[in-house]
Design a protein around this ligand. Structure first.
Ligand code: SF4
Length: 441
């Protein structure tokens, strides 16, 4: 190991030959979050097959998403794009009556250069339903970045003033410059984080996205904004450049350490002295001890596919694990600066080596490195999970971290529940004497 690696974070970049979900998968959680929305994915059967399989049982629950499947005639421009989309959107309006239709651009619409941004405003005026265009395609982005493209497009639609005067007074009575948080989280987690800040005397004036499109928060010049997820760098940039807001760059509220750092940073910007945070963090760590004792001293390898890797690695390092490698699809060093600094501080504190951060990893090379390093746990996609298990390597399916509730103090337990599951399973299998399936033998 080089000396550079022991006292600074090392960044590498490989070929980008890795498995991840296509960013159009964001429709699966965003249509649930934004209750009055409809998502129209304009692509091919490839995209349709992917969504149909990745969403699992959800596809039987009449989801508010659909594919606009392109035909030969669309590709060769024999059909009229405007006319075709108009027909579909009118049908959606008639059947579902949504408050907004999202058009999700795909690889094909990019390659044939379909002018979605040009068509949308005309059609929007004609059918009188807002149409928001997001290019969440597999050419440019990975998995969770799909949400980033949608939120960046939505940020431009946030109102500048409230229609309702009573809401206006509540904004005016706020003791500090209004704060808007961005990132799509399940409603219970939204409430938890809002309450955590309220305890410190900080009022969240809105969330992007809100529960309904019609309730998007007011965002004015000079407002503060803070992200809750590490993959929202485009949204952050849009909020700063287009809406002239001030971004609070903090570590992300994942794990008790991250949550405390996140609240503390927001407090410091708002000139509020945080109360009771240290004790709160201590109490949470103490309550996690039964899980932490299972992973302390063990090693973990992130193959990288959802951009949550740095935050999770930082939390697991704090739990006493050694992180060998953090694979990550895309690394925005500016947006993640505070998170990277906390990772470094955590490694120093726990006296473990700094992990290598591998941007655009090459799964083939990674499997080689896994063979050499023999980590106790590999966090990876479904493509590699079973083959690695069969070779005696414990794995955890990475996609679950995206859908589980992992933010805030109280959900730290859920992260560890996921991380320790393969290790606990091995313990119980060896108790049953099934050592053939278990690495513990
Ligand atoms: S990578 Fe492109 S073609 Fe494949 S599912 Fe995603 S948008 Fe569709």
């Amino acid at each position: 190991m080089s000396t550079a690696q022991s006292d600074a974070l090392t960044f590498e970049c490989e070929t980008g030959n890795y498995h991840t979900f296509c960013p159009i998968s964001c429709v699966s959680w965003l249509y649930q979050k934004i209750e009055d929305s409809f998502f129209l994915v304009i692509g091919t059967k490839t995209c349709g097959y992917f969504l149909q399989n990745a969403m699992g049982v959800m596809i039987f629950a009449e989801p508010r998403y659909a594919m606009a499947e392109l035909e030969e005639g669309d590709i060769s421009a024999k059909l009229n794009d405007y006319g075709e989309l108009r027909r579909l959107c009118l049908q959606i309006k008639k059947d579902r009556n949504p408050s907004v239709i999202f058009w999700i651009g795909t690889c094909t619409t990019e390659i044939i250069k379909m002018d979605l941004e040009g068509i949308a405003p005309k059609l929007e005026a004609e059918i009188r339903v807002p149409i928001v265009v997001a290019r969440a395609n597999g050419l440019d982005y990975a998995f969770t970045q799909g949400e980033d493209t949608v939120l960046a497009a939505m940020a431009q639609r946030c109102p500048l003033n409230l229609k309702n005067q009573s809401d206006n007074t509540s904004l005016k009575t706020s003791p500090h410059i209004p704060l808007v948080l961005f990132g799509s989280l399940p409603d219970p987690v939204v409430t938890q984080l809002t309450m955590e800040l309220k305890k410190q005397g900080i009022f969240v004036s809105g969330w992007l996205p809100s529960k309904r499109y019609t309730e998007l928060p007011v965002i004015k010049e000079g407002y503060y904004v803070a992200g809750v997820n590490p993959f929202l760098s485009r949204t952050a940039t849009t909020l700063m450049r287009r809406r002239k807001t001030k971004l609070i760059g903090a570590p992300f509220p994942i794990g008790p350490d991250g949550t405390r750092a996140w609240i503390e940073k927001i407090c410091s910007v708002m000139n509020v002295k945080p109360i009771g945070l240290e004790d709160r963090e201590k109490a949470i760590w103490a309550s996690l001890e039964d899980y932490i004792s299972l992973i302390r001293g063990k090693s973990v390898f992130f193959m990288g596919d959802n951009l949550l890797e740095v935050s999770l690695a930082r939390f697991l390092t704090r739990c006493g694990m050694t992180v060998y490698e953090i694979g990550i699809p895309y690394m925005d060093k500016r947006y993640q600066a505070a998170e990277l600094a906390l990772l470094k501080a955590t490694c120093d504190k726990m006296n473990v080596m700094m992990p290598t951060i591998v941007e655009k990893p090459d799964n083939y090379n990674q499997v080689d490195r896994i063979r050499d390093l023999k980590p106790d746990l590999v966090i990876t996609g479904m493509a590699h999970a079973n083959p690695l298990e069969a070779r005696g390597i414990n794995t955890k399916w990475s996609v679950e971290f995206t859908f589980a509730q992992i933010h805030g103090f109280t959900n730290a337990r859920d992260i560890l529940e996921l991380v320790t599951r393969p290790l606990r399973r091995n313990l119980s299998l060896s108790e049953l004497g099934w050592d053939v399936y278990s690495k513990q033998s």
